[in-house]
Design a protein around this ligand. Sequence first.
Ligand code: UT7
Length: 336
Amino acid sequence: MTKRRATITAVGHYAPPKVLTNAELEKMVDTNDEWIRTRTGVSERRILEQGATSDLAVGAIQKMLAHRKIEVTEIEIIIIATVTPDMFFPSTACVVQDKIGASNAWGFDLSGACSGFLYALVVGAQFIESGTASKVLVVGADKMSSIIDYTDRNTCILFGDGGGAVLLEPSEDPDYGLLDHRMYCDGSGGAFLYMKGGGSLNPSTHESIDKRMHYMYQDGKAVFKVAVKGMADVSAEIMQRNNLKGEDVAWLVPHQANLRIIDATADRMGLDRSKVMINIDRYGNTTAATIPLCLSEWWLEGKLRKGQNIVLASFGAGYTWGAALIKWSLENPTQS
Ligand code: UT7
């Protein structure tokens, strides 16, 4: 029996209009444009001035639905990858379900930090592959500005807000869609990238606020060392498992944490820079949104072709990391 595969049949993204430039950050913390660009690749990032992560998700979903004209009531499952849910509960998936009117859907949030979208994509694909569902909405969205300490130059220069959405459906041709994945986590990395406050371990108190425990913390140097190896290793692994060489891969879609990590991954895969999706310069690190944001922009620009091998790769808090291989099946928007 041929395998029922999940494939991406629609993509969309939303970036809020407010731009926060490196020049503006120079006025807020002791940093400079040259340092930020050479060390990270970021020139500017977007900030959601009003609203919450669900609004980023809904913005991306609406753009997606403008291209794939299904009834919203056809959506069966909504998975929202985020570390900045609107609230602890109800889930942001429930908030989104209500806002878009997906009255036949159930859903949940998935906490996988910067690997959240990849984790959610793989989870969503299981529902398609098992025959449980035929329309699964997978979203990566984060309002990072809600947990960033804008007095901490180590983190505030890196992150931005954004959302990206994909629709998973069964592939008509089993050779297309999500072909393979390798996912990892290593909880011993938790000490280097976290937000300590607000959970059951450290509930919100005046003291937790005074200690700035409701902001994200990152030991950048420590994370860099493992991220650069982790993302390159898992990307090489997914190529090896599928007998792919650099020339067989059309695009690398890397998590956008640092241009130097992206470059190292591309080198390890034997990929020319022209085959790597990079928009960190314009958005910074939008955590769960980076990968769908890239996919959506590149698709809209008509750069993706049916049959292309695309490798998605990420590394983030947890530590969590992974890679997935997709044979792209969605026609170019200029042809559809
Ligand atoms: O997405 C989740 C996973 N996260 C990542 O993958 C991020 C991984 N880490 C990184 O991307 C990098 O480590 C950073 C971009 C966060 C930092 O770059 P770095 O090259 O590792 O810099 P560093 O932390 O080693 O700092 C170098 C110097 C230090 O000064 P001294 O001690 O050498 O005098 C820092 O104090 O740069 C200083 N510095 C800054 N200078 C200007 C740190 N932040 C800034 C800043 N502006 N914003």
